[in-house]
Design a protein around this ligand. Structure first.
Ligand SMILES: Cc1cc2nc3c(=O)[nH]c(=O)nc-3n(C[C@H](O)[C@H](O)[C@H](O)COP(=O)(O)OP(=O)(O)OC[C@H]3O[C@@H](n4cnc5c(N)ncnc54)[C@H](O)[C@@H]3O)c2cc1C
Length: 391
């Protein structure tokens, strides 16, 4: 059905753009930025027959996607119902993806643990758990003793402390998943240009996207551009003279190398977040430590503080060594919500920019590919449209 439509609409022999801004299977789409979002959109497009060219200034999956806590969840997204629902859809999209492409090293559906260090914070967590249970989100209230017996023997958590267990949550190895998605897209014919940045987006006399010029001097004829440049998305939007306001919020992540990984799942303990990162590594993050980054703290000192906090919760991590630390910027549009979809004033230009991009990558990839290919705008993205930011 789609191909018939393309035949009817591709009326200008000099142009491949289908009227209305969406494309058919023979159109060429440049995906600028190949983290979890770009890889997901590009893979969905390529598997459905579009001609995709991935462009990344560095290596795929080595942007913020590789420096994320990578927790797949909706329990931390209760502020706005439509955002919560989108994140729940993100969790479901992961389960489908794991069935489609196979789980291997990227998918870890081991649930998530959360507990607090004082009674006020504990009351808040329990209140959120009650709200979530009312929204049919699975959560179990355990005690510290039960958690140590059933799930995580290496934890130091007081026996009577209430611990929330979210069995449907997960963590993802972002870089490995990006590799899988790009590989699948390439099998379907996608091209890639890695190690070269998009420097210019050419607009035709009709106002639609025509070319992308790269820092290596080459110029690609394209019909569609997807801006999936993560923390650099506002610079890429600037190439079409669009103002995409974004927050500047750094976060620090440390990888510890350890002979044996003493934890089995992602967890939010008081002052520290901990998750496994494969067979010989653990990832640490803390919102409290993120808050002091702009005061000029040395990353080595930040890593030391993260390690210190982790040892209080998992004493065995005392034997681990700090392997890598990186400060990364969260790709957050100014109001805190994703910017996903077409910018109607520039036919052929689309955005896929979001925090919680690990949780949302597969669902945004699927919804945006459908929008690009068919022009159909999904209701689930209604609150997250790029046009809410006035030009
Ligand atoms: C500390 C921290 C913790 C987080 N924890 C979580 C979490 O637990 N759960 C969750 O869901 N989310 C979390 N996030 C957010 C999540 O990591 C991001 O939303 C997600 O990784 C964004 O992916 P992306 O593909 O948009 O960006 P990226 O992975 O950064 O990819 C963008 C790519 O664009 C490329 N690029 C930039 N400019 C250009 C250009 N001009 N030309 C070509 N290429 C370009 C870059 O090289 C990069 O590879 C966290 C983020 C941080 C910083």
């Amino acid at each position: 059905m789609l191909e018939a439509g393309v035949g009817e609409l591709a009326h200008d022999p000099g142009r491949r753009l289908v009227s209305g801004g969406h494309v058919g299977r023979s159109e060429r789409v440049a995906v600028i930025g190949v983290g979890i979002l770009g890889a997901s959109v590009g893979c969905n497009l390529s598997r459905q027959g579009a001609e995709v060219v991935f462009i990344d200034a560095g290596r795929p999956g080595e942007g913020v996607t590789n420096w994320s806590f990578s927790w797949v969840n909706a329990s931390n997204k209760t502020g706005r119902r439509s955002y919560f629902d989108l994140n729940v859809a993100g969790m479901a999209a992961y389960r489908e993806l794991a069935e489609t492409i196979g789980p291997d090293s990227w998918w870890h559906p081991s649930g998530h643990l959360r507990w607090a260090g004082d009674t006020a914070a504990e009351a808040k967590l329990l209140e959120t758990a009650e709200l979530l249970a009312g929204w049919d989100y699975r959560v179990e209230v355990c005690t510290g003793a039960e958690v140590r017996r059933r799930l995580e023997p290496a934890l130091r958590v007081p026996a009577k402390t209430p611990v929330l267990f979210y069995p449907d949550e997960a963590w993802v190895h972002g870089r490995h998943l990006v590799g899988r998605l790009v590989g699948r897209a390439v099998e379907s014919g996608a091209e890639h240009r890695f190690g070269t940045a998009a420097r210019n987006i050419g607009i035709g006399p009709d106002g639609s996207v025509r070319t992308v010029t790269l820092s290596d001097g080459s110029c690609l004829d394209v019909d569609v551009v997807v801006n999936a440049a993560g923390p650099s998305a506002s610079q890429v939007a600037g190439l079409i003279a669009r103002h995409l306001p974004m927050r500047r919020e750094p976060g620090v992540v440390t990888r510890l190398g350890c002979a044996q990984v003493p934890v089995h799942r992602a967890m939010h303990a008081p002052h520290i977040e901990i998750r496994p990162d494969g067979d010989a590594s653990v990832v640490l993050h803390s919102r409290e430590i993120d808050a002091v980054i702009d005061t000029g703290e040395d990353p080595v000192e930040l890593a030391r503080q993260l390690h210190e906090a982790a040892k209080h919760v998992v004493p065995e991590l005392g034997n681990a060594r700090v392997a890598q630390t990186r400060i990364a910027y969260r790709p957050i549009p100014a109001d805190g919500f994703p910017s996903v979809g077409a910018v109607p004033s520039v036919p052929g230009y689309y955005e896929a920019v979001s925090h919680s991009g690990i949780t949302l990558g597969p669902v945004i990839g699927r919804l945006l590919a459908t929008e690009i290919l068919s022009g159909k705008r999904d209701e689930m993205l209604a609150d997250f449209r790029p046009e809410r930011f006035p030009q």
